[in-house]
Design a protein. Structure first.
Length: 354
């Protein structure tokens, strides 16, 4: 009975020491964050504040773990409990360092996003940086998680022995898993290819299988395309790498667009040219590069006119084309009705006997 009481008292004393160490680590973390935040508030840049926001949480638990690792340096009453706490802390420590590494990766991604504004007109470089950062950050997070989990398992002897036995007998199982995971691995390799060859980037305007939209998100194995009618098309990365797509913003967002109009052979081309060019050049969405009207084809019934114009991006060019088409059609109906297409019929004169 006396031995049990002594063991209970020793356990309580050890837990008390653990509590003191945890509280001391939390107070030290709070003080460090307070001082660091005061220092960052006096700097001109905001990157240091952003870094502190990302590192504050994982740093708290790392400081607690480091404090508990020093438990063996303190004379504790219950050495068995202290040893168990130290072993558990060392098992968890790789996960905590992994959390710190992931926080640094997310800080780098957030910093690149803040310094790469894709809302400006010439955003090619910004979209390129954000696309690479997005893909590489996701890959890096997966790698850190795998390494942290592996290091944690290596600190558990029983699990380490089981792992060695599994590796020794994983021949056919590994082959089966490799075959089953082939689509996933294919998409992951495609993700690397997207990051470095850049067939598409964040906010690129593309046409995929007849669907027009913008690249909203590039994941590790898929790409989200925001279609013009607010739908989302989720495309496997391997499909974008293997299949042909139209990228309207590969180098720049500037585009050329055309409006085709069919008129009569006797149409006043000069007057229609003035109307079309005035509609293009006077429009707020025209970028000032190209404006022209040409007769591009002639059939037995009509002349085909092409009004060529340029715009800053695909969505603005679409609106410009619609407005120019409307202006030309209105002019045909109101001021140039003789230019509208007409069907001609020739009647031969015949003599009739009464």
């Amino acid at each position: 009975m006396v031995a049990d009481e002594a063991r209970l008292i020793a356990m309580i004393q050890t837990l008390g020491v653990v509590l003191v160490l945890v509280v001391a680590a939390l107070v030290a973390h709070r003080l460090f964050v307070f001082v660091a935040r005061r220092i960052t508030q006096r700097t001109r840049t905001q990157s240091d504040e952003l870094l502190l926001d990302h590192l504050a949480k994982p740093l708290r638990w790392i400081m607690v773990a480091l404090a508990l690792n020093g438990l063996d340096q303190i004379a504790t009453s219950d050495t068995a409990l202290a040893g168990w706490i130290i072993s558990a802390t060392r098992v968890v420590m790789p996960v905590l360092w992994g959390m710190m590494a992931i926080a640094l990766i997310r800080f780098a991604k957030r910093y690149i996003d803040k310094t790469s504004d894709i809302d400006v007109e010439d955003n090619l470089g910004a979209r390129r940086r954000r696309t690479r950062a997005d893909i590489l950050a996701r890959i890096a997070v997966v790698i850190v998680i795998v390494i942290s989990a592996g290091l944690m398992l290596l600190n558990i002897p029983a699990v380490r022995e089981i792992g060695v036995a599994l590796v020794a007998s994983a021949g056919l199982a590994g082959l089966a898993v490799g075959v089953a995971a082939q689509p996933l691995l294919k998409n992951i390799v495609g993700g690397f290819q997207l990051a470095f060859t850049e067939p598409v980037r964040i906010d690129d305007v593309i046409v995929y299988r007849g669907e027009w939209g913008r690249i909203e998100q590039i994941g590790l194995t898929y790409v989200v395309l925001r279609i013009w009618d607010q739908r989302r098309l989720v495309i496997p990365v391997s499909k974008l790498v293997e299949e042909p797509i139209e990228n309207w913003t590969r180098q720049t967002s500037d585009l050329l667009g055309a409006v085709f109009i069919h008129v009569d052979h006797a149409a006043d081309i000069a007057a229609l040219r003035d109307i079309a060019l005035n509609a293009v050049q006077g429009h707020r969405l025209w970028d000032g590069r190209v404006a022209a009207l040409q007769v591009t084809d002639m059939t037995a019934q009509t002349l085909e006119l092409r009004v060529l114009m340029s715009g800053r991006n695909g969505s603005e060019l679409f609106d410009l084309r619609c407005d120019v088409r409307e202006a030309v059609v209105r002019a045909l109906a109101e001021t140039l009705p003789r230019s509208l297409n007409r069907n001609r019929v020739t009647l031969d004169a015949t003599e009739t006997e009464l």
